[in-house]
Design a protein around this ligand. Structure first.
Ligand code: HXC
Length: 289
């Protein structure tokens, strides 16, 4: 879909880049020539991913273990990167989440998610953005959100609340930082199964039907998400800013309509319904004489 050297000369940081969606996006950036920085809490997976990307794609890959909840550590980490030269792109991918009835959450459980997603994503964005502004350097920020930012979602309330906040940040900073040549967008992926997310969001390993209906009849293919993340990071769509783009096979749109559940009806069910509706119409007509 893209030229091999599309991102050559760009230096991109992917938070949570050692595993899951972060690793997938980082791989695609590396494949297209970018120099990469990845961070996360587990040094062993960061090292493994860095070694793999370096040897597969022949690009520079740097890593550092970092918990984005620790604001001072975040700022120090970003300063060390900028000491070597400015970044060009930031992907806010690191997140935490688990399903739980909200009444059973402790406040500490809420904080664990909100501190990562809401606070940590802001710390990272702020630390990178202020340096871009100071250096008058063009930049691109992509945050990984979910479609719950528009609909809310039961059983993942701390995540839905925090990611909605980052959706507001995306819109607000696109407007505030447009004049500095910084574009700020977000991606709202539907189900793209990864080990970390699925262990916490689908612990029994139910099939995808438990995740709600998906009009395309399948979960996402990683390459589809990678292509969108690369498109948004590349030059050529600078006028596209302040947007959160869903890539979910139209899944969330089916939740919004009163009749979305009708998707499950068979042809026979519809035939039966048509007959029932017709018979009720006929009765009305007869009563009208
Ligand atoms: C209820 C829970 C819980 C659970 C943790 N807690 N898991 N409460 N149900 N399943 C509570 C704990 O009891 C504790 O509160 C508090 O949360 C902190 O827990 P810790 O384990 O000490 O926290 P920590 O080590 O900081 O772990 C953070 C974490 C964890 C977010 C809770 O799950 C984690 O590290 N996850 C890794 C990243 C991750 O989640 N990836 C998946 C992201 S998927 P008390 O009061 O008991 O001490 C995603 C969106 C996917 O973001 C969208 C798909 C469509």
């Amino acid at each position: 879909m893209f030229k091999d050297d599309l991102l050559k000369g760009k230096r991109i940081l992917v938070t949570g880049g050692g595993t899951g969606l972060g690793k997938e996006m980082a791989s695609h950036y590396a494949q297209h020539g970018a120099e990469l920085y990845i961070c996360g809490r587990r040094e062993n997976v960061l090292k493994e991913t860095s070694d793999q990307l370096r040897s597969e794609y022949g690009v520079d890959v740097h890593y550092e273990s970092l918990d984005i909840r620790a604001s001072e550590d975040v700022d120090g980490f970003i300063q060390r990167i900028f000491d070597d030269g400015p970044l060009d792109g930031l992907v806010n991918n690191a997140a935490g989440n688990f399903i739980s009835p909200t009444k059973d959450l402790s406040h500490k459980g809420f904080d664990a998610i909100a501190n990562i997603v809401f606070h940590g994503t802001f710390y990272m964005t702020h630390s990178v953005g202020k340096r871009w502004i100071e250096a008058k350097h063009k930049g691109s920020i992509i945050s990984i959100l979910t479609t719950w930012v528009w609909t809310g979602s039961p059983y993942v309330v701390p995540s839905a609340m925090s990611k909605s906040g980052i959706n507001a940040m995306t819109q607000s900073l696109a407007a505030e930082w447009g004049k500095y040549n910084i574009k700020v967008n977000a991606i709202a992926p539907g189900p793209f199964p990864t080990k970390g997310a699925w262990e916490r969001l689908n612990p029994k390993g139910d099939d995808e039907s438990s995740m709600g209906s998906i009009p395309l009849g399948r979960v996402g293919e990683m390459n589809e998400l990678q292509n969108l993340a690369t498109f948004l990071m590349a030059d050529g769509c600078d006028y596209l800013t302040g947007q959160t783009i869903a890539i979910d096979g139209a899944q969330y749109l089916t939740g919004g309509g009163t009749f979305s559940g009708l998707d499950k009806l068979s042809e026979e069910d519809w035939e039966q319904m048509r007959a029932m509706i017709r018979s009720s119409n006929d009765k009305d007509k007869a009563n009208r004489g």
